[in-house]
Design a protein around this ligand. Structure first.
Ligand SMILES: C[S@@+](CC[C@H](N)C(=O)[O-])C[C@H]1O[C@@H](n2cnc3c(N)ncnc32)[C@H](O)[C@@H]1O
Length: 183
């Protein structure tokens, strides 16, 4: 596995590359996991673009995806999808405890949904695992930057990546990524 995650995202024209600047961060954090038999969960499947990104980027990973609307399904033995709304507080009961190594929340991007999904899915993340909340909105409707980010600050392993330039070279107010690491 030689291509960086960013190279694969660029090739697939993933919105994580074209609309946001998350890939160098993921390359940095996840390089040690690229060939491991890990389990990844993506909230928000859509046309399956990010499912293919992780499939190609993690050679031995099982890629799980959840979506509430019409979404792509796959026959690949390392890809699984589930029809479910991530704002369902009992979402986490769908999976065993300590199942996932990485969870990406790329679903509705609503502040309330992000928090409910995290509370529900946190037990399903392995110790040492990463929980990535993409597109933290910093608009006044969501309470502004203070409110959007502050809620996460006291959560385990909190890191925020914000105000970095997108691939287009301009700033987007949703180009903010929060990553928690489970102790
Ligand atoms: C921006 S797309 C991202 C798709 C994929 N992660 C990618 O990068 O290619 C967001 C997806 O989240 C789904 N979604 C939105 N709200 C949701 C919810 N409450 N529960 C589950 N899925 C939701 C949408 O149907 C859509 O397919």
């Amino acid at each position: 596995m030689t291509d960086s995650l960013e190279t694969i995202a660029k090739r697939l024209q993933s919105s994580k590359f074209t609309g946001h600047s998350y890939m160098p961060i993921y390359d940095d954090l996840f390089s040690h996991l690229r060939n491991e038999p890990i389990q990844i969960l993506e909230l928000g499947v859509g046309d399956g673009n990010s499912m293919h990104l992780w499939l190609q980027g993690f050679a031995n990973a099982i890629i799980h995806g959840i979506d509430a609307s019409k979404f792509e399904t796959f026959t690949h033995p390392r890809m699984l999808t589930y029809a479910c709304d991530v704002s369902t507080p009992r979402l986490g009961l769908m999976f065993p405890k300590n199942q996932f190594d990485i969870i990406f929340d790329d679903a509705s991007h609503k502040t309330t949904d992000q928090r409910v999904a995290w509370m529900s899915l946190w037990p399903t993340l392995k110790p040492g695992g990463y929980y990535c909340i993409e597109d933290i909105y910093m608009t006044p409707e969501n309470g502004g930057v203070d409110e959007a980010v502050r809620w996460w600050i006291d959560k385990p392993g909190f890191r925020v990546f914000a105000n970095f330039k997108t691939g287009f070279g301009d700033f987007r107010n949703d180009d903010v990524l929060i990553i928690l690491r489970k102790p």
